[in-house]
Design a protein around this ligand. Structure first.
Ligand code: PRT
Ligand code: MG
Length: 212
């Protein structure tokens, strides 16, 4: 049996066609089903539905053999116990620094001001500003970072941007790109050795599906 950890929403939706290419169909819709372990048409493959940021943890401990998670999530997790096998080029977005319209970010950076940054991505933000030599106070949030500068919790945010509509609706502007994000297939290191005959064909079809 191989177990694949996915989060519902965009990652599940964008993974489904790759799974189809590998001949795997999930037999239940995670958006409507309350089940957390979903069967597939292949009796030796099952899918577990977990929170996006929990995917690497399930794979790290071998509770799932494989998982799909954003580069953002993998960086925050640290990658212990994981092989990062494949960039699936799905769920693409950019990790950005954003500030309220009218806030002079360049000037704040140049003048050496200490910046308060609200983010869910503490590790990524810390490394980014350390590399720039900017002093920051990081404020950890779990969601809706966009609100923080509007109510005076922070000067800026570090968050993911795809269409840019959320920033625009909240009168924020992106001022710096930290990195490009896409989702990666990760594999438990022990599972890759012990279940190679089951896992390798899946990796091969995924790789082929990504590049077509
Ligand atoms: O939602 P939940 O709190 O359970 O967890 P999650 O937000 O981590 O999960 P999910 O399913 O929303 O995101 C899973 C992965 O999708 C992330 O880890 C990213 O790698 C990737 N991804 C791609 C995104 C986006 N695009 C994205 N736009 N994740 C989040 N967003 C959010 C962003 O944080 C912001 O609030 O969408 C908003 C901005 O979108 P635009 O289109 O208005 O710019
Ligand atoms: Mg989300």
């Amino acid at each position: 049996m191989i177990t694949l950890a996915l989060s519902k929403g965009r990652i599940f939706e964008e993974t489904a066609p790759l799974l189809e290419a590998a001949g795997i169909t999930c037999l239940e819709n995670p958006e409507t089903s309350r089940k957390l372990i979903l069967p597939t048409n292949r009796e030796n493959v099952r899918i577990i539905i977990v929170r996006a940021s929990d995917v690497p943890t399930y794979v790290q401990y071998g509770a799932a053999d494989l998982g799909i998670a954003g580069r953002d999530v993998l960086i925050e997790h640290g990658g212990t116990g994981l092989y990062q096998m494949l960039d699936l080029k799905i769920a693409k977005c950019r990790m950005m620094v954003a500030v309220p319209e009218g806030f002079d970010y360049e000037n704040a950076v140049r003048s050496g001001a200490r910046l308060r940054i609200a983010t869910k991505y503490i590790r990524t933000a810390r490394e980014h500003f350390a590399a720039k030599g900017v002093h920051v106070d990081l404020i950890k949030l779990y969601g809706s970072m966009e609100l923080a500068p509007l109510v005076g919790l922070s000067d800026a945010i570090v968050d993911l941007v795809s269409s840019g509509n959320t920033l625009k609706a909240n009168h924020l502007v992106a001022v710096e790109e930290i990195m490009q994000i896409s989702s990666r297939l990760v594999v438990n290191q022990a599972a890759l050795k012990l279940k190679r005959t089951l896992i390798q064909p899946l990796l091969d079809t995924f790789a082929k599906a990504v590049n077509t």
